[in-house]
Ligand binder design. Structure first.
Ligand SMILES: [Fe+2]
Length: 194
C-alpha cells in the first residue's frame, strides 16, 4: 500500500492494530491458563472479552472507511507475545511466572496505548469524529487494564514481602502507593487532553 496521505497512514496503522488485537485474542487464553493467581486469571479473561469488543470497534471503523481490516502484520506485537511465550517455556516458579506475565501484559498495554493514541489523533485531524470517539473508548479500556495489572503487580510484591518474613508495617501503605503511582504517571487516565 502506498502511503501518500495522512489518511493512508491512518488506515495502515488501524490495520496494524487490528492484527495486534487478533494476536492478543489468541494469546490471552493461553496466558490465563498458565496464571496461578485467580485474580490474574480473571484479569486475562476479562481482557479477552474487552479485546473482542475492541476488534468490533475497529471493524466498524473499517466499514465506515470502506476498507479491509486485513493486510498488515503487527511485528511489534508478535515480538512482545514471543517474549511472553519464551518466559512460559522457561517454566519459572508460579509466582515468578505470574509476575513475568503481568510485565508482559503491561508491555502489550503500553504498546497498544501508543498505537491507539496515535490513530485517535489522526482521526481528529482527518475529521473522523465518530472514529475518534470509538478509539478513545478503547484507549480508556487499555488504560484501565494497565492500572489493574499495576495493582496485581503491587499485591504480588506484598506477598513476596510476607514470604520473606518482612513485618507487615514495612509494607507500603495506601497513601504511599498513591504517591508513587502519581509520580510515575501510570495512574493518569489516557485522555483526549494529553
Ligand atoms: Fe486491545
Amino acid at each position: 500500500m502506498e502511503l501518500d496521505t495522512l489518511k493512508d497512514l491512518y488506515v495502515e496503522q488501524l490495520r496494524d492494530l487490528y492484527d495486534a488485537e487478533n494476536q492478543i485474542l489468541k494469546a490471552l487464553p493461553k496466558m490465563a491458563k498458565k496464571a496461578s493467581d485467580r485474580e490474574l486469571q480473571r484479569a486475562f479473561a476479562r481482557h479477552e472479552r474487552v479485546t473482542q469488543k475492541q476488534v468490533k470497534r475497529l471493524e466498524r471503523i473499517f466499514k465506515d472507511l470502506d476498507a479491509s481490516p486485513r493486510g498488515k502484520k503487527c511485528k511489534g506485537m508478535q515480538g512482545l507475545i514471543e517474549e511472553a511465550q519464551e518466559l512460559i517455556k522457561e517454566k519459572p516458579e508460579p509466582e515468578v511466572l505470574d509476575a513475568g506475565m503481568i510485565s508482559a501484559a503491561q508491555h502489550v498495554e503500553h504498546y497498544e496505548i501508543a498505537g491507539y493514541g496515535t490513530v485517535r489523533t489522526y482521526a481528529e485531524q482527518l475529521g473522523f469524529d465518530r472514529h475518534a470517539d470509538l478509539l478513545q473508548e478503547t484507549l480508556d479500556e487499555e488504560g484501565e487494564a494497565d492500572h489493574r495489572l499495576t495493582d496485581l503487580a503491587e499485591r504480588s510484591v506484598n506477598i513476596e514481602a510476607q514470604q520473606e518474613g518482612m513485618p507487615a508495617r514495612r509494607r507500603r501503605t495506601g497513601a504511599q502507593r498513591g504517591r508513587r503511582k502519581g509520580a510515575s504517571g501510570s495512574r493518569s487516565r489516557a485522555s483526549r487532553a494529553d
